[in-house]
Design a binder for this molecule. Sequence first.
Ligand code: UD1
Ligand code: UDP
Length: 370
Amino acid sequence: MKILICFGTRPEAIKMAPICLELVKQNIPFKLCVTAQHREMLDQVLNFFGLLPDYDLNIMKPNQSLNMLSSRILSKMDGIFETEPFDIVLVHGDTTTSSLVALSAFHRNIKVAHVEAGLRTYDKQSPFPEELNRQLTGRISDYHFTPTIKAKENLLSEKINESEIIVTGNTVIDALLVAIQKIDEGYTNATIESLKNKIDLNKKLILVTGHRRESFGQGFENLCKALLELVREEDVQIVYPVHLNPNVKNVVYEKLSNIENILLIEPLDYPSFIWLMSKATVIISDSGGIQEEAPSLNIPVLVTRNTTERDEGIKAKCSFLVGTNPKKIVEKAKEVLDSDFVMKVNNPYGNGNAAKRIVEFLRDFKYSKC
Ligand code: UD1
Ligand code: UDP
């Protein structure tokens, strides 16, 4: 069976890396294709996990439209399928890379397996365009690796065959455990060392990230307003690795540059980010992956979105939906900063065995071509 693993952005790379490493460990051959929908943010993850792509579509262009991105993925994938036959393609999550690579494989009659399947808000505008991307990928896929039971239930309610759904946990936890173990064993790099000099561990650290398209404009302006209010507290400092998307970067640097106790930095390489997360008192973020990682580090997350497909964290009271209303962000952040937050349950998103379960499925998979 010829396996192709394909991804394009930072979070996909982090979440697919454990599967690649497990396939290598079990001597199961596969090819790796990156669309490079992200470039710098992707490459640092490939470096950390020691992954060398067989195909690199090098698709990123500054601020390109979703349609341009989509059409380039479709046409470049055809080139790969013409040079090499594959039986199954693994895609991840809800990016444009995931749905367009899935579609390109379907057009070639190649089976598709979807990692992190079944997440839903059922609101096409939130998150945009990710909700539609994952629904499309779900319709196209032949096999669905869901991180949680809830995700499986979503797929069952959409009449996906139960025999095609495998609950695995989220591979983000597998990746996190690799990074934490390395850090515990003394891993460091120049970025971590420089952060140690820049942050004051006697202050409460608010770590901020954000990139959602539905928050471009007013949403990000509101977030900046809330951060300016929060940093007025004497014992608080904010560290904000700013996403490279110009629609994020421009507004954040305009509103928050040169403010005392706000440190704006480039996106961090993955181990540096995990190191910094472990020092945070609270995280303010619209990230999917961070909602999943934070419970393992006992850090609460204020989710700057109106909806989340990650209800498990909300139910476990380790993440809190605050939207982008500055008043709500400030109120909840102050409440959490003043509390002694302790996770009361295990991380609902996984225990570090997801990649093993997925590779077990692939190993035992009796493939019959349609
Ligand atoms: C993308 C995904 C989103 C995912 C997020 C993770 C889509 C439509 N969006 O959003 O689902 O949650 O990644 O971060 O699939 N850029 C760089 N260098 C990089 C990466 C991005 O300069 O390494 C800049 C470029 O100008 C690029 C822009 O950011 O055009 C937007 O990148 P894009 O992948 O389209 O969207 P994201 O907002 O990153
Ligand atoms: N992350 C990182 N560097 C950063 C910010 C985040 O390596 O500066 C990691 C984080 O640990 C998580 C993933 O990137 O695993 C989340 O990516 P993002 O928020 O861009 O995408 P999402 O998860 O929302 O799709």
